[in-house]
Design a protein around this ligand. Structure first.
Ligand code: ASP
Length: 324
């Protein structure tokens, strides 16, 4: 082949690659939805949250550019947020009524509909990694408590004492809540984290990680580790991660319902998320959702005054926001 022929073939291959959408990727993340006011949050706090979201987003961007899989990106991006005391996941998780931390997480792959989840774990440093191990290296989808920890240990994951998760601010929130009313759990300590990704191979994945709700009792489990409630991914439709008052999300089958609205009613991803948030409001629940479809279209919807959120697309489009 002469040089002209070679150049022609190369340019053609690149064009075909673009036309197939194979180099296209997108990522969306959240750091929890809830009552937030611009006046009450200092500019330092706002920039601390935004810079952590940006760090997570940019890691995802780099990995996606290099061809990483959606699942690997979801895990690594969520790790950044789990390791930060700012968010109610991993290091910054909220306290249970008996002053412990119990963590929930799940992950799902849109190509295979494989999924993994852990709930009520007290010593796994990064619960999203445990969810991934359950998905890839066990015959199960959902493990809980001590059994989940035993499994995580066998997989070589990092185990930490429960006091690793202690932060003054979360402990203070528990104390305040206990003073007000002993039986209540609280939703307004935002910070559950989630990520949804379209990778360059055309695959979707989503994951969610949380400490749940402050003052929770009796081994309460929220929506975050429940596939179809807090997390869902299907290459046919979308990848979804939720944050909000978990009981409502479980009752609605929230994340799976968004996928169903797209599959059976041909809704686009934004309309489906809006519709589902409408159902949440009707029931009296509060929270938000992030989702991404197979073409990289993104939705970030919520019925609270704010949601820590950010997205980035391969064409350079990017947004990081907190308030409505
Ligand atoms: N959905 C989480 C739960 O109910 C909490 C949250 O997202 O704020 O456990």
């Amino acid at each position: 082949m002469n040089i002209k022929g070679f150049l022609f073939t190369t340019v053609l291959s690149v064009l075909i690659l673009f036309a197939n959408g194979q180099t296209k990727y997108a990522i969306v993340i959240h750091g929890g939805a809830g009552v937030m006011s611009e006046e009450k949050m200092s500019t330092e706090q706002q920039s601390a949250y935004k810079s952590k979201l940006n760090e997570a987003l940019e890691l995802g961007n780099k990995m996606l550019k290099e061809g990483a899989t959606a699942v690997d990106v979801v895990v690594k991006v969520i790790n950044i947020l789990e390791d930060s005391p700012l968010f109610n996941a991993g290091k910054g998780a909220v306290f249970t009524n008996d002053e412990k931390v119990e963590l929930d997480a799940s992950i799902m792959e849109g190509k295979t509909l494989n999924a993994g989840a852990v709930a009520g774990v007290q010593d796994i440093k990064n619960p999203i990694n445990a969810a991934r191990e359950v998905m890839y290296n066990s015959e199960h989808v959902f493990l809980s408590g001590k059994g989940a920890s035993e499994f995580a240990k066998k997989q070589g994951l990092e185990i930490v004492p429960n006091k690793y998760f202690y932060t003054d601010s979360r402990y203070e929130s528990l104390m305040q809540l206990k003073k007000q009313e002993r039986e209540r759990t609280q939703k307004d300590n935002t910070g559950t984290v989630g990520c949804a990704v379209l990778d360059t191979h055309g695959n979707l994945a989503a994951g969610t990680s949380t400490g749940g709700m402050t003052n929770k009792k009796y081994g309460r489990i929220g929506d975050a580790p429940i596939i179809g409630a807090g997390t869902y991914a299907n290459n046919k439709t979308c990848a979804v991660s939720c944050t909000g008052h978990g009981e409502y999300y479980i009752r609605l089958g929230f994340a799976r319902d968004i996928s169903a609205l797209m599959e059976y009613k041909n809704m686009d991803v934004k309309t489906a998320c809006r519709e589902e948030i409408g159902k949440l409001s009707e029931l009296g629940g509060t929270g938000g959702v992030i989702a991404i479809d197979a073409n990289g279209n993104i939705a970030m919807e919520f019925n609270t005054s704010g949601m820590f959120r950010a997205y980035l697309k391969s064409d350079g489009e990017k947004e990081i926001a907190i308030f409505k």
